[in-house]
Design a protein around this ligand. Structure first.
Ligand code: NAD
Length: 447
């Protein structure tokens, strides 16, 4: 099948590469010249496991191409996937300017029947809005080109995006006609042949499904963070509680890990967008409002814990920061808790020595102009002479570090663990002061 993908970010690039991998002829279009030039040479602008080989392979086989020419993209694909960003607007709602701009461009260039599939996460009613925009442009051109619209929300997880795309747990499509369903079923057949359901529904329900999925996952995280805070008060161990409830099949073990809160390009903006959209219709979604409230206060109270440990005086102190990406296996730092934590520490006069296995390049841009930030080459280098280590992102390489080596490098063997990675008793025996989330403080005598 001939496919076009508009917007070549985390979602668009993975989608395009995976469709090409199953034999489709794919053109990916973006307005970012630099990105497209690099992609044409097989240079991948983001870190995502397995993506590079997939892109390079399909470029070589001639099934995947890149362009900045919207006309070419609209001409090429029977199915046009819209994968542009839908960031948060100033008031918390979804900023749809990129989606509506693409809709306008399609309306200006469409010449024959096309199926427009919106993969971007968009508020309920956006597909209808896109349809109207395309129609208006066609009216201006005095043309009556037939086209269909569909919603096909993306559920991939950064860090596992290729796997999620090739082997989805489910595919959701919202359609207005059976003919679109048939074509999308054919396109997705290779991805769901092992039995994953392709769930077909109306367009509005499909748009709502994506927001609901993210809101649910965010709710689990905030719920567990709140339980962790209660555990802190009562001297219970949240990790034990988590195991205790996660083994109940009605609850399940996923998305229950307490920590410094969720970040990333999706959960925060999508939950806020759902809240804002509901409010604009006069409904106040109190659970979701609390989910965001708990999430925001989680990183604040973690930073407070650090300051309190040093009796509210961290001026001149040095901290190593392990992990900057919003989660492991990605270089994405959008809304990463690390940004807040580093900014609080540095604003209070501390110097932060940063290390992340993949996000260093992005971090240079994020912390540009912050004179109290230094960038390290590896996880041990940043520990030299520091007054404490702050673990923010749970990369695998931080799970079983060489604690003896760490202790010999650090000025003060203090670990603030925002992801509850280590065993408090073990660390205590090794001579560390270990401060984590929702677990009894194990005091030691030899610091
Ligand atoms: P991104 O910011 O990584 O990429 C978006 C791309 O769209 C950019 O390259 C940008 O240049 C391009 N673009 C913007 N306007 C354009 C235009 N007019 N024409 C062509 N290209 C244009 O975004 P992303 O993370 O890939 O997310 C895309 C959408 O998918 C968002 O709605 C997001 O909420 C949703 N989503 C993201 C994820 C994720 O993990 N990143 C997962 C599921 C859903």
């Amino acid at each position: 099948m001939h496919i076009s993908v508009i917007g070549v970010g985390y979602v668009g690039l993975v989608t395009g590469a995976c469709f090409a991998e199953t034999g489709n002829d794919v053109i990916c279009m973006d307005i970012d010249d630099d990105k497209i030039e690099k992609l044409k040479q097989g240079i991948i602008p983001i870190y995502e496991p397995h993506l590079e080989e997939l892109v390079k392979n399909n470029l070589k086989e001639g099934r995947l191409g890149f362009t900045t020419d919207i006309k070419k993209a609209v001409e090429h694909g029977l199915i046009i996937f819209i994968c542009v960003n839908t960031p948060q607007d100033e008031d918390g709602s979804a900023d749809l300017q990129y989606v509506t701009s693409v809709a306008g461009d399609i309306g200006k260039t469409i010449e024959k029947y096309r199926i427009l599939v919106i993969k971007s996460t968009v508020p309920v009613g956006t597909c209808e809005q896109v349809k109207e925009i395309v129609k208006k442009e066609l009216d201006k051109r005095e043309l009556d080109v037939p086209f269909d619209i569909a919603s096909n929300p993306e559920f991939l997880k950064e860090g596992m995006a290729v796997d999620d795309c090739m082997k989805p747990e489910r595919v959701v499509v919202g359609v207005e006609h059976g003919r679109v369903e048939e074509i999308l079923r054919e396109l997705y057949a290779p991805f769901v042949r092992t039995g994953a359901p392709l769930i077909v529904m109306d367009v509005r329900s499909s748009e709502m499904t994506k927001y609901t999925a993210n809101a649910m996952l965010a709710t689990r995280i905030s719920f567990m963070n709140q339980i962790a805070n209660i555990c802190d008060t009562f001297g219970a161990d949240v990790m034990m509680v988590m195991r205790g409830i996660g083994s109940d099949s009605r609850v399940g073990p996923k998305f229950l890990f307490p920590g410094v809160g969720f970040g990333g390009s999706c959960f925060p903006k999508d939950v806020r967008a759902l809240i804002k959209a509901s409010q604009s219709y006069g409904y106040s979604p109190s659970i979701l409002e609390s989910v965001m409230g708990v999430n925001e206060s989680q990183r604040v109270s973690f930073a407070e814990k650090i300051k309190t440990f040093y009796k509210d005086n961290i001026k001149g102190k040095k901290f190593a920061i392990w992990g900057l990406a919003f989660k492991p296996n990605t270089d994405d730092m959008r809304e990463a808790p690390s940004i807040y934590i580093v900014n609080v520490l540095t604003k209070n006069g501390a110097t932060c020595y940063l290390f992340d296995p993949k996000a260093m390049e992005v971090a240079h841009k994020v912390f540009e102009g912050n004179g109290n930030v230094r960038f390290g080459k590896n996880q041990y280098e940043v520990l030299e002479g520091v007054d404490g280590l702050v673990l923010v992102t749970e990369w695998l390489s931080f799970r079983e570090p060489d604690f003896e080596r760490m202790k010999s490098l650090m000025k003060m063997p203090v670990i603030f663990d925002g992801r509850n990675q280590y065993n408090p008793k073990t660390l205590s025996k090794l001579g560390f002061r270990y401060i984590c989330i929702g677990r009894p403080d194990v005091q030691i005598s030899n610091i």
